[in-house]
Design a binder for this molecule. Structure first.
Ligand SMILES: [Zn+2]
Ligand SMILES: [Zn+2]
Length: 339
């Protein structure tokens, strides 16, 4: 099969992914072989390539927003049939026995494996996964539109859930890329009396236009003071400063959720009185559990979510990642692997 391989930690600008022939995987017991149709391009790939979340082995096939069709079943696999359309997300496997797994927090399992980091992911024509970690894709979505739902969508949904958002509240979104533009659609659907304030970098005109189109009630730059305090906020940016900004703009008792696997710059020093006093909270969102995907995908179809996507061929993955790093991706990047 064709695959884009990462050989070592590198800078994204060096276009480190190589298109190569690679052995097609064979499904083990309980696994399914999936022919990949599309794979989303996620910010986490930048962290993997640049070593902030380094792959556990090389070469690695990145990619954890996979949409494909079941090509073959390993022994004992029975949940899907050949030809079924399935999605694969960031969580690839968890032990099922540790204290975290037993209380439904498999996202915190120390033995968990992550798609495209610990096992081969979706920047390839085929992949394998345990049938327990694959999800049916609602028919409302094309292969391209379904891909960003699997990480940008699912983790955004988790972040919104963890933010403490309720109807009537004001939600702040810092950064408006692949995940935030899906979260605003969920928030507007579930909390129709709420307002959403969006903060972007001043030069990100496309992100501001998209926020307006999707119903943002106020749009400003990171560093601006919004017209009213935020009841909760989600920070999607890769840098540290918005965390302090969000805490400063937060209502008493509010919570900031950080939706980023790593920050490329530190969170600046916080002033206790200004940023934390009055029971303000800050919480990270780490990975996803299967339940997030199982709840979010049908909800996305019901709303229905309309992801903005920019499409690339498999061999254009390097160029897509550079656009993403520069903040120039329009909506979510998706590699189209099989027509
Ligand atoms: Zn991701
Ligand atoms: Zn576990």
């Amino acid at each position: 099969m064709k695959a884009m391989l990462l050989d070592e930690v590198s800078s994204v600008e060096e276009k480190p992914l190589r298109l190569m022939d690679f052995p097609r995987p064979i499904p083990a017991q309980g696994q399914i072989l999936v022919k990949v149709y599309t794979c989303g391009v996620c910010h986490t790939e930048l962290d993997e390539i640049e070593g902030r979340v380094a792959p556990s082995g090389f070469p690695m096939i990145l990619g954890h927003e996979i949409v494909g069709r079941v090509e073959a079943l390993g022994s004992g696999a029975s949940k899907f049939q050949k030809g079924d359309r399935v999605g694969i997300a960031w969580i690839n496997w968890a032990c099922g026995n540790c204290t975290f797994c037993l209380k439904g927090e498999e996202n915190l399992c120390s033995k968990a494996k992550w798609t495209g980091k610990d096992v081969y992911g979706g920047y390839a024509q085929y992949t394998v996964v345990s049938e327990d970690f694959a999800y049916p894709i609602p028919e409302e979505f094309s292969d391209v539109k379904a891909a960003p739902l699997l990480c940008a969508g699912v983790i955004g949904y988790r972040a919104l859930r963890l933010s403490g958002m309720e109807d009537g509240m004001i939600l702040g979104l810092y950064g408006f890329g692949a995940s935030a533009h899906i979260v605003i659609q969920v928030a507007k659907y579930k909390y129709s009396n709420s307002r959403v304030f969006v903060f972007t970098r001043p030069e990100q005109k496309e992100h501001q236009d998209l926020a307006k189109k999707l119903g943002a009630d106020w749009i400003g730059a990171t560093g601006d003071t919004p017209p009213e305090k935020l009841d909760c906020a989600i920070d999607f940016t890769p840098v540290g400063e918005p965390v302090r900004q969000a805490l400063g703009n937060l209502q008493k008792g509010g919570r900031v959720v950080i939706n980023a696997i790593r920050k490329v710059t530190p969170i600046p020093e916080l002033d206790y009185t200004e940023h934390l006093w009055n029971e303000k909270e800050v919480k990270s969102v780490a990975n996803v559990v299967r339940k997030d995907a199982q709840e979010f995908l049908p909800l996305a179809a019901e709303i229905p979510i309309v992801p903005e996507t920019q499409e690339f061929g498999l061999k254009e993955a390097n160029e897509a990642l550079i656009l993403l790093k520069e903040g120039r991706m329009h909506g979510a990047g998706v590699l189209q692997i099989t027509e």
